[in-house]
Design a protein around this ligand. Structure first.
Ligand SMILES: Cc1cc2nc3c(=O)[nH]c(=O)nc-3n(C[C@H](O)[C@H](O)[C@H](O)COP(=O)(O)OP(=O)(O)OC[C@H]3O[C@@H](n4cnc5c(N)ncnc54)[C@H](O)[C@@H]3O)c2cc1C
Length: 306
């Protein structure tokens, strides 16, 4: 079994930054990333709030720069998924789908994934009209009428992106006011292609082989109707990308990992960084900051426990 001083799970902004700091410190590092490095940023059209890019930067372009920086170092990268973690004689063994590795410290940076609505038809029509990623799937709906479900930053940002492609967007929000940043709200209100359906709940995705509509209900009056759309984009928040945490790792009620301000979890030698952490602000800049802090403290942990 391969052994590391520090092993990073997940290669989004948090994992990339943690790797960079540890490699520069001469630590023996490995990482597992189940897809290509980049995480959610690769699914983002434009990042407008990362310092150094006053005109904004395309998600893939930012990740190109992140990975070019990391490529200066040689280290073991497993394109594989963490499935289980167990402790074994002062180290941790990480079971990947094709191998196992052992490490004295772990930095969990597996981020988050879109929350499902959990209504009838969602599973059946995912990939056949129901999507969770405008950048990935928006192009399939050029010139069509679609709905976006949600009222936070992501729902607003993604609706604005989709409005460049589609004919019309119904923004379905269960409350009577949007939650997202004012800068997005102002743009949404000015966009003639976007109609907001307040106090509205999506109750079922309908169709035959692909989506043809959404059954909706007014939360105040209870009145029901069918909204004719061929696409539905769900942006109602994030769930932690977990399922492999070791016993004893403390999480909040939603399953995000609790850490202290040094990114230390409830288990010695295990750190967490980025969106997987229990916190309010899930952004590239905070993921990068968490990754640096976790790496710095993992290094200190290795020095004090050698
Ligand atoms: C549509 C959208 C728009 C956004 N817009 C902005 C924006 O404008 N500005 C901004 O600052 N932020 C934005 N964000 C948020 C930002 O992308 C995230 O906060 C940031 O990517 C979090 O980084 P992370 O490294 O913690 O996690 P992630 O980016 O989620 O990366 C986690 C990585 O871990 C991998 N992984 C998951 N599970 C496993 C496993 N079991 N084993 C191995 N690998 C695993 C995943 O494949 C992924 O690559 C946006 C997000 C989305 C979805």
């Amino acid at each position: 079994m391969k052994e590391y001083e520090s092993f990073i799970l997940g290669g989004g902004p948090a994992g990339i930054t943690a790797a960079l700091y540890l490699l520069r410190a001469g630590i023996k590092v490995g990482w597992a990333e189940k897809l290509s490095p980049g995480g959610q940023v690769l699914l983002t059209e434009n990042i407008d709030n990362y310092p150094g890019f006053p005109q904004g930067v395309k998600g893939w372009e930012l990740i190109d720069k992140f990975t070019a920086h990391l490529d200066q170092f040689e280290f073991d990268k497993f394109r594989d998924e963490a499935i289980e973690i167990r402790s074994q004689s002062g180290s941790y063994v990480v079971k990947l789908s094709e191998s196992e590795i052992s490490a004295r410290t772990l930095i969990i940076c597996t981020g988050a994934r879109w929350r499902k609505l959990g209504i009838p038809g969602e599973k059946k029509f995912t990939g056949r009209g129901v999507s969770y990623c405008a950048v990935c799937d928006g192009n399939f709906f050029r010139g069509q009428e679609v709905a976006c479900i949600g009222g936070g930053d992501t729902a607003l940002e993604e609706s604005l992106y989709l409005s460049k492609l589609v004919k019309k967007i119904y923004l379905i929000h269960r409350r009577n006011a949007l939650r997202g940043a004012k800068i997005y709200q102002d743009k949404i209100f000015r966009d003639p292609k976007i109609e907001i359906l307040y106090d509205t709940i999506a109750t079922e995705f309908a169709g035959d082989t692909s989506l043809t509509g959404i059954n909706i209900e007014n939360a105040l009056t209870g009145s029901k109707s069918l909204l004719h759309v061929t696409g539905a984009f769900v942006f109602i928040g994030l769930d932690p990308a977990g399922g492999f945490f070791p016993p004893g790792l403390e999480t909040d009620a939603l399953g995000f990992i609790k850490t202290d301000q040094e990114m230390m979890t409830s288990l010695p030698g295990i750190f967490a960084a980025g969106d997987i952490r229990s916190k309010y602000c899930r952004q590239v800049s905070t993921a990068v900051g968490d990754g640096a802090t976790a790496a710095y403290n993992a290094q200190a942990y290795l020095e004090h426990n050698s």
